[in-house]
Design a protein around this ligand. Structure first.
Ligand code: SAH
Ligand code: SF4
Length: 370
């Protein structure tokens, strides 16, 4: 994997522990870390100079050596369904300008199911509304899934920890609140940028960071099970999602090259190995591709595959979102409904993901940095 080194470290790159080490390393007192973290995650400011509890000399020194905000918002595009796509300018691994995208949207039922506390809800008109933020972990993606716009870009670069974290922090400035759920389902395969994603989760969930409960975070992987297992051991309450997308190895290998490494059997074994008493089921995503994986025969095979693991999973059916130049087609809604019906019949909780943000090319699999 390519590991892009940022030109200058942003304060948002550092975990709370790294922040302490940083201040100690420059001869400052340990408590400076807490003061800075409080600004970063609880009272975000636009400039280091606005961190008024720090002495002027320290503010000057920091301003000269580290960056504060690692992302530059370029555009926001809103769809009529309330979905808002943000495009941020960053540098790719060749140091060219590139865009990374995040999507703010009214929450889907599956995003917030099981979340009881209203910790992030502010009073006013948004009180009853729940919001989900879908964030990116890479510029492009190397996994090469044949139906995905991000995959078509190839890997253009890794995001730094700060670039991942700031997508979430920025909602405080944009929407005066944090999202109820953070989905690692934007551009990229999070498990291909493992170190930066782990550090980002640490910051998002640490009490001295954003302090989100782990259950508010969903990691979606195309099937990098070894690293998903490691993430699960480190953050046991994080919700896990795996993109299944096919019920035979022949088809899955054809549309998702990762299947040659971690196939259907490996996915079922991984899911069965998780603590059966876990409150959260693993979400299996199934992009429904007309004429490819939606025939009665495929659905029968899918049911057969899910039967031994019905109690440990829920399924999210995602009707294919059109990608320019792609050969795939969106299935008729009634096909998707009938798949849902069949899976419910065998006892699998099955949801159909709304095609949020299609107009803004902000729906699943449509993020292509344009
Ligand atoms: N790389 C991770 C997360 C980002 S993709 C992963 O693959 O899981 C998020 C979801 O979008 C995945 O479930 C993926 O299968 C789905 N997806 C990709 N392209 C799509 C498309 N064109 N239409 C609908 N869903 C798509
Ligand atoms: Fe990468 Fe996920 Fe797209 Fe596959 S579906 S190419 S893993 S972003």
């Amino acid at each position: 994997m390519v590991n892009q080194k940022p030109l200058v470290t942003s304060l948002y790159d550092l975990t709370p522990q790294e922040m302490e080490s940083f201040f100690l390393s420059i001869g400052e007192k340990r408590y400076r870390a807490k003061q800075v973290l409080d600004f970063l995650y609880h009272h975000p400011v636009g400039k280091i100079d606005e961190m008024t509890t720090l002495p002027g000399s320290l503010r000057k020194r920091l301003s000269e050596t580290v960056r504060l905000i690692p992302l530059d918002l370029r555009t926001t595009v809103e769809s009529s369904d309330g979905t808002i796509k943000h495009a941020y300018e960053v540098q790719d691994k060749a140091r060219n300008k590139a865009l990374l995208e995040s999507v703010w949207m009214p929450a889907d039922k599956t995003d917030v199911s099981g979340l009881k506390d209203g910790k992030n809800l502010k009073s006013g008109s948004d009180k009853a509304k729940r919001f989900t933020l879908c964030i990116s972990s890479q510029l492009g993606c190397a996994a090469g899934c044949s139906f995905c716009a991000t995959g078509a870009l190839g890997l253009k670069g890794q995001l730094t920890t700060g670039e991942i974290v700031y997508q979430v922090v920025h909602s405080l400035a944009l929407y005066e609140r944090l999202p109820d759920t953070v989905l690692f389902m934007g551009m990229g395969e999070p498990m291909h940028n493992f170190e930066a994603v782990s550090a980002a989760i640490e910051i998002l969930t640490h009490p001295d960071g954003l302090g989100l409960s782990q259950r508010r975070i969903v990691i979606s992987t195309s099937g990098e099970l070894e690293r998903l297992g490691a993430t699960h051991r480190k953050f046991p309450k994080i919700r896990l999602a795996i993109s299944l997308n096919a019920a035979t190895d022949a088809l899955r290998s054809k549309i998702m090259p990762v299947n040659k490494k971690f196939n259907l059997k490996a996915i079922a074994a991984f899911i069965s190995s998780l603590d059966a008493n876990r409150r959260d089921k693993v979400t299996l995503e199934y992009v429904v591709l007309a004429g490819v994986n939606d025939s009665p025969d495929h659905v029968k095979k899918l049911s057969g595959y899910l039967k031994p693991i019905t109690r440990n999973v829920k399924v999210n059916l995602i009707p294919y979102n059109p990608v320019k130049g792609s050969k795939y087609k969106t299935p008729p809604h009634k096909t998707v409904l009938s798949i849902q019906q069949k899976l419910i019949e065998i006892g699998v909780s099955t949801f159909i993901r709304k095609n949020r943000g299609r107009e803004a090319m902000a729906a699943c699999g449509q993020l292509g940095g344009k």
